[in-house]
Design a protein around this ligand. Structure first.
Ligand code: CA
Ligand code: CA
Length: 289
């Protein structure tokens, strides 16, 4: 399998960045990713002042996909996410929703699929990707989610899920980083269990695009529309309306029927409230499609 090693990192999505690997559609690639701190928390309780926060959220890549042109859609199937042996977190006042005294940079062991948190608390890993995106026409950083994907922090982006992303520049220029060993909805303390990981993805191309409203996620049991905005109100309404329009197109339900069905079995969820744009997803069970 072709691999992009974790020294090939960038701190943005920019079409001027030289691709580090070029593949044909349908190939499988391993992205070795660094955690969101660029692996600077190299021991437990490291002093926050020693971290260079300009090195936040590195992404591995970019990957060029042959034949990908603006208007196409990239289909990225997440086949595996293999954690390293520890995760890191950093919490401090002013970041996240909680009132926390001081700055706390921590490291926790991960072994045999279990995170060993404090006080004997053990949490099963549920690995996921925080940042995954194609390059937008206008360069951007890796801090915010947007139409290109980016810092989505959607906990459903785990093993076995597929994400559909827009192609905005030739080659698509896919990049991945910021993996989490586990994350709750909201990512409320500003970070998840941040980890370096090996991410194995199969990358396909849908020429001429689809009617899927990207970024769009499919798991074994559900589909998800997504939206990010400055306010949660706007993010939630737009994510829900994207699913409503998609259901009408895909199923032939009337607008009234689709709205009723979504109100019955759809779940409008907060994905994160801590990035520059806040994110919501509308989750719909595939068994009703
Ligand atoms: Ca993130
Ligand atoms: Ca993160």
């Amino acid at each position: 399998m072709k691999t992009i090693t974790k020294d090939k990192i960038r701190f943005g999505f920019d079409a001027s960045f030289e691709p580090v690997l070029t593949i044909n559609p349908g190939e499988t690639v391993c992205f070795e990713t660094q955690d969101c701190y660029a692996e600077q928390i190299d021991y437990d309780k490291k002093e926050f002042s020693l971290l260079d926060m300009k090195r936040n959220n590195p992404v591995t890549g970019p990957l060029c996909v042959n034949d990908a042109e603006p208007g196409d859609v990239l289909k990225v199937e997440i086949q595996d996410i293999i954690p390293e042996d520890h995760g890191s977190m950093c919490v401090r006042l002013g970041c996240g929703v909680y009132e926390v005294e001081g700055c706390h940079c921590r490291r926790f062991p991960i072994r045999d699929g279990v995170i060993f948190f404090d006080e004997g608390v053990e949490i099963p890993v549920r690995p996921m990707i925080g940042v995954i995106g194609t390059c937008p026409a206008t360069p951007c950083d890796t801090q915010s989610p947007g139409p290109h994907g980016g810092n989505l922090d959607i906990r459903d982006l785990g093993i076995g899920s597929t994400i559909f992303l827009p192609v905005s520049v030739p080659g698509a220029l896919l990049a991945i980083g910021d993996c989490h060993a586990v994350q709750g909805d909201g990512e409320t303390a500003i970070c998840a269990m941040e980890m370096s990981a090996k991410v194995i993805v199969k990358v396909d191309l849908i020429k001429g695009g689809t009617d899927i409203p990207t970024p769009f996620i499919e798991t074994k049991d559900a589909i998800f529309t997504t939206h990010a905005d400055r306010s949660l109100d706007a993010a939630s309404v737009t994510a829900a309306r994207k699913m409503h329009r998609y259901l009408i197109r895909r199923t032939g339900l009337t607008d009234a029927q689709a709205s009723m069905l979504l109100s019955l079995v759809g779940n409008l969820r907060i994905s994160q409230v801590v990035n520059p744009l806040k994110g919501c997803v509308m989750e719909f069970p595939k068994k009703y499609l």
